[in-house]
Write a protein that binds this ligand. Structure first.
Ligand code: NAD
Length: 497
């Protein structure tokens, strides 16, 4: 059986571990590979290599660092199909969606190649007589990234290009469910000319994560995953004096106004709720319908959900692949069961689907609930599967209040033709990313990605200008040259007047 190893100091190594995790192909249900679950010693080896590599990398001019990323960008593009195939074989999402994920990650690499411009500080001549002042940004040192299963290429690329471009060494701990893509990223960066020890991959489960959080030489931790783990990462990492950004789970609502373009709204909701089998942090999982649109909305959604083509992600006719693991499949089915027992109307039931030739795969069909209320588990829990909950609100204000009462605040969207409703929604909704007739408003690489409330712990969003800030420390310099000192010592607080 194929074993997936760490990449430490440029070498693929097994390390000290005697523990391994199974990596499944979700379409066939087979555990075709295993991944090493690393130890404290493995992390120590990676940190030692990073410490050794850091001074030279931090001294490398930003332009030269950018050139490495330019080469990495080309290699990622050349190997797009290979990367997508790896994603599909371990995550299950359809190939075209996997390519879309790689493209969104590539865009961060492209943004990071502009690092000489991004690191330009601010300069003020003559803040006092003969005194000039400026700010500059320097790397934090060794940064770690801990990433979820649902975007095995894109989420590591939200972090690593920004960390590397700004002069840090970066240690990635990818999800143990689909760890192979991270190895390919390490190989690509090495081929692009990145020195050994600057980007490394350590595998593992919560033991490795906790070792990262406690390691005294790791200065910053960037995390993406579920809310309970994000809370743990933020609390533990900051208690150890680290800078932490921890992006958590989500329950993204779409507010559907009666004046929306129904056909376009339904298409948008179907893609956003069922794409990638709902395993997206920006998936729409709740549609809040306002007034009389509810009946036609549910009828149109039901018709489309039933026709989604489900199959192996490698099959070009598939629109939706399997869930990631058997455990996750059981959890999603259990939540659909709970929706029925707690009184929601199950309009489309995807629980008992069978895919010919893939009887052991982790497949579930799309499910659609109507008449969902805020006490139900299907509303309160992040299902992270192909399940859309429709709620009915009498008016805009009630719908907005419901959305704002959610503990999550990742993404949200309004569907309307009315500018006033749209503007009022954008202005008042308590979420970090807002779409107007755009179901999944994921910011481009040159903006920053992040939610509010229980969807993000920490002060910085991911990539874009916020990524530069997260991975750098600001230094403010005030300078006066000796020729300017014409008097003796000063004993009062300088005011630069
Ligand atoms: P997860 O929280 O289970 O795992 C994320 C990472 O944390 C993995 O690397 C895992 O090994 C590690 N981990 C898991 N349990 C841990 C524990 N008890 N202690 C320490 N580390 C632990 O998340 P997942 O199931 O891989 O991914 C899905 C979740 O990620 C969803 O909740 C989704 O909304 C969220 N997500 C959020 C965003 C965002 O931008 N906000 C993006 C993608 C995914």
């Amino acid at each position: 059986m194929n074993t997936i190893h760490h990449v430490i100091n440029g070498q693929h190594i097994n390390g000290h571990s005697t523990r391994y995790g199974d990596v499944f192909n979700p379409a066939t249900g087979e555990a075709s590979k295993k991944v090493v679950l690393g130890t404290d010693e493995d992390l120590n080896a990676a940190v030692a290599a990073a410490k050794a590599a850091f001074p030279a990398w931090a001294e490398t001019p930003p332009l030269a660092r950018a050139r490495v990323l330019f080469r990495a960008r080309d290699l990622i593009e050349q190997r797009m199909d290979e990367l997508a195939a790896i994603i599909t074989s371990e995550h299950g999402k359809i190939l075209s969606d996997a390519k879309g994920e790689v493209t969104r990650g590539l865009e961060v690499v492209e943004f990071a190649t502009g690092v000489p411009e991004l690191l330009k500080g601010e300069y003020t001549e003559q803040v006092g007589r003969g005194i000039d002042a400026w700010t500059m940004r320097q790397p934090v040192g060794i940064a770690a990234g801990i990433t979820p299963f649902n975007f095995p290429v894109m989420v590591p690329l939200w972090m690593a290009p920004m960390a590397l471009a700004t002069g840090n060494c970066f240690i990635l701990k990818p999800s143990e469910r689909d760890p192979s893509a991270s190895i390919m990223l390490a190989d690509i960066l090495k081929e692009a000319g990145l020195p050994d020890g600057v980007f490394q991959v350590v595998h593992g489960d919560k033991d490795m994560v906790n070792a990262i959080l406690a390691h005294p030489d790791i200065a910053a931790v960037s995390f993406v995953g579920s809310t309970p783990v994000a809370q743990h990462i933020y609390a533990t990492g900051t208690a150890h004096g680290k800078r932490v950004q921890a992006l958590g789970g989500a329950k993204n609502h779409a507010l559907v106004m009666p004046d929306c373009d129904l056909e376009k709204t339904v298409d948008a909701l179907i893609g956003a709720a069922y794409g990638s089998a709902g395993e997206r942090c920006m998936a729409i999982s709740v549609a809040v319908s306002v007034g009389p649109i509810a009946d036609p909305l549910v009828a149109a959604l039901a018709q489309k959900v039933k026709t989604i083509t489900i199959g192996n992600g490698t099959d070009s006719s598939s629109e939706m692949g399997p869930l990631v693991t058997a455990q996750h499949l059981a959890r999603v089915k259990g939540l659909v069961d709970s929706g029925v027992s707690q009184g929601a109307t199950l309009v489309v039931d995807g629980r008992n689907i069978k895919i010919d030739g893939y009887e052991k795969g982790f497949f579930i069909g799309g499910s659609l609930f109507d008449n969902v209320t805020s006490e139900m588990d299907i509303y309160r829990e992040e299902i992270f599967g192909p399940v859309l909950c429709v709620m009915r609100a009498p008016d805009f204000d009630t719908a907005l209040k419901l959305i704002n009462e959610s503990p999550f605040g990742n993404g949200t969207a309004i569907f309307t033709r009315d500018g006033d409703s749209a503007r009022t929604f954008v202005h008042n909704v308590t979420a970090g990313m807002v779409g107007v007739n755009v179901p999944i408003p994921v910011p481009m690489a040159f903006h920053s990605f992040g939610g509010w409330k229980d969807s993000l712990f920490g002060d910085h969003h991911m990539h874009g200008p916020e990524g530069v800030r997260f991975f750098t420390r600001m230094k403010a310099v005030t300078q006066r040259w000796p020729a300017g000192i014409r008097s003796g010592a000063e004993f009062i607080m300088p005011t630069h007047g």
